[in-house]
Ligand binder design. Structure first.
Ligand code: PAF
Length: 298
């Protein structure tokens, strides 16, 4: 596996792969890799011959009081994990290489970036859309693989690719969960033991909504209220719990009924960690599968 730090050298490696007719796949990450990321690499491996994993903690997607400075960074460990998962190349650039002096272009996404995390993380999706556009431009992949835990991010990237006619297939992979159902996230490392134990309430609340939906509940406020009640018991604060259209992300309003698929998404804080999670009701399995006795669905 090759490790590249310089954008132009990485671009040449991807160009060379395409020149020998290898199908190129991209897995963009911020490092601190866990089993969820490795599942993305493995999926890319199934869909492409040359898989590039990018590791870059992107400053433009962090707000001034967010965790850019303390985001975990361990390139040696991450590169070893990528190699074991079958990556062909790792690209780990510096901030100055990705935002060259004088850089002044940003990719601004409209309504898809507006709800859910939008108001709580101003500028976040602009930062994500900008860095993903840069990484797609350098790599030139046929396929790019992202996780569905960051569901709004995935919708934003679909929007960018569609609106800018970018020649890449975007694949969203099901959330990988810990044994108790908590969605895997690099930010779980911030959880103190008591918050880690309490975090189980998140997949429990989402699973309760899945069960209610399966039994016929379609009232958006009832579904959201059920999840909110579950997470409020343990969260330090709740940014939002919302029921929304799974494609447009437009909220299903109080008093309205959902269709046969509905997104339930949430962001909560437990101590110093901000955690997000979601399920698409009518599509995803419950985060805690009742038939598997405490084990989580992935
Ligand atoms: O999901 C992430 O890790 C990041 O938001 C991404 C897509 C790599 C962009 O920095």
């Amino acid at each position: 596996m090759e490790l590249w730090r310089e954008p132009e050298a990485f671009r040449r490696a991807c160009d060379a792969a395409r020149a020998r007719h290898a199908r190129v796949g991209l897995v963009p990450t911020m490092g601190a890799l866990h089993a969820g990321h490795l599942a993305l690499v493995e999926e890319a491996r199934r869909r492409a011959d040359f898989v590039a994993v990018t590791i870059f903690v992107n400053p433009t997607q962090f707000g001034p009081n967010e965790d850019f400075g303390r985001y975990p960074r361990d390139l040696d460990r991450d590169a070893a994990l990528c190699e074991r998962a079958g990556a062909s190349a790792v690209f780990a650039p510096t901030v100055d290489a990705m935002y060259v002096a004088g850089d002044e272009t940003r990719v601004h996404v409209g309504a898809t970036a507006g709800p859910l995390c939008g108001p709580h993380r101003p500028g976040h999706f602009e930062g994500v859309a900008t860095i993903v556009a840069k990484l797609l431009g350098l790599t030139g992949p046929s396929v790019a693989v992202f996780g569905r835990k960051d569901y709004q991010q995935l919708r934003v990237i679909h929007r960018v690719v569609r609106d800018l006619f970018l020649p890449v297939e975007v694949v969203g992979m099901r959330t990988v969960r810990e044994a108790d159902g908590l969605a895997m996230s690099s930010r779980n490392a911030y959880l103190k033991p008591q918050h880690r134990a309490a975090a189980r309430a998140i997949p429990e609340a989402l699973s309760a909504a899945c069960k209610a939906f399966e039994e016929g509940e379609r009232d958006a406020e009832t579904l959201a209220g059920m999840v909110r009640a579950g997470v409020e018991l343990v969260a330090t604060s709740v940014d939002y719990v919302e029921v929304a259209d799974p494609e447009s992300l437009a909220p299903v309003l109080v008093g309205d009924r959902t269709g046969d698929r509905a997104l339930v998404a949430l962001a909560v804080r437990l101590g110093g960690a901000r955690l997000i999670d979601n399920v698409v009701l009518g599509e995803d399995p419950p985060p805690i599968d009742p038939t598997r006795d405490g084990e989580a669905a992935s």
